[in-house]
Design a protein. Structure first.
Lengths: 165, 165
DNA sequence: GCTGGCCTACTCGGATACTTTCTGTCCGAGTACTGACGG
DNA sequence: CCGTCAGTACTCGGACAGAAAGTATCCGAGTAGGCCAGC
């Protein structure tokens, strides 16, 4: 039961996108270089984030990715769902009920499954309290401002300008 | 991020062992038949439970497995650790810190990892509150007594008698 | 007839394949810029 | 000289392999009981 490594990459990516100026986009290759991860796998992750509605994608030469929502509206659990997919971590195989429940109670909620759901709910609630905005605030408090400034500088150097109309 | 199917099997097995009379053992094949799961894989699980100190094993012809602790002293988290192994579900790859932290702060606790640890702690606490004893009590309340009686009857028919001295 | 040793049958324990999921890679669809051509 | 159109270069999108973990299986180590021979 190990979380995908893609989760960390997705969070980092979304934080980068959150620091992006309005109407600007960032291309996948730039992100993968900054994160020092496989470009192909990150593109796959980006596709998941797009399908989940967390980021917008613009195809074409001047294309790229941008955050689809406001940073305070994107929770860690949203990212988790996008990366890991729906369907909780514990999936009932029916062994418990087939052993301990009678035939007519087989469809009843499994006692063990109920506990697992409670545990997962507690876990989810923590992740739902954390948003991209709160993470950014923690980063500001924890790490040095120089690093953030350097990151913003890199962003402006890498971003695609807004589409002139 | 899916929990192993072995978790459900292990819990069922331990509950069966908890209903076992004192100094009696149950052999792996009997359990696998009752649970309708692969005998080989269940034996592997039993080995894990033995190594974790949750069950005692007696080799030999009259051998089998028995609960090593009192049912109220075995939590769901103990079982989880035995089956899934130590090392939390989120493992830091260092991407986050390498992106957002300076060189001298790389060893600092990762902000994202900290949130994940909090979430996992909340999850663990729920699992630690549940023991084999409490699960048995819930089973008694939820499912029909006939089924429990039938289970005990099956247990007595399958158990190995205590070692005569 | 009794006791000791050996042999067999049965159990757990660990090493060995197969399947699914996760990770990483490649090629195709679509768009904006560039340049040339025609009016 | 200006507008239009085709070509090209670059992006995201989805289909395709390799690696790792989970699942299932088989064979070996060890023990208890039964059988036989010897005393």
């Amino acid at each position: 039961m190990r979380m995908k490594s893609g989760m960390e990459q997705a969070v980092c990516t979304l934080i980068l996108l959150a620091r992006l100026p309005e109407r600007a986009t960032l291309k996948a290759v730039a992100i993968s270089e900054r994160l020092e991860v496989s470009p192909s796998y990150l593109k796959k992750l980006m596709r998941m984030l797009v399908q989940a509605g967390l980021v917008d994608s613009i195809p074409g030469t001047k294309g790229g990715f941008s955050l689809a929502k406001k940073p305070e509206d994107v929770t860690l659990y949203d990212i988790f769902l996008a990366v890991e997919g729906r369907g909780g971590m514990y999936r009932d195989r029916g062994v418990f009920t087939s052993v301990f429940a009678c035939e007519d109670q087989r469809s009843t909620t499994c006692v063990l499954g109920h506990v697992m759901q409670r545990a997962e709910k507690a876990w989810v609630e923590v992740l739902e309290q954390e948003t991209l905005a709160s993470l950014l605030q923690q980063i500001r408090k924890t790490y040095s401002p120089e690093r953030l400034a350097e990151m913003d500088a890199w962003l402006t150097s890498q971003l695609r300008e807004e589409v002139n109309e």
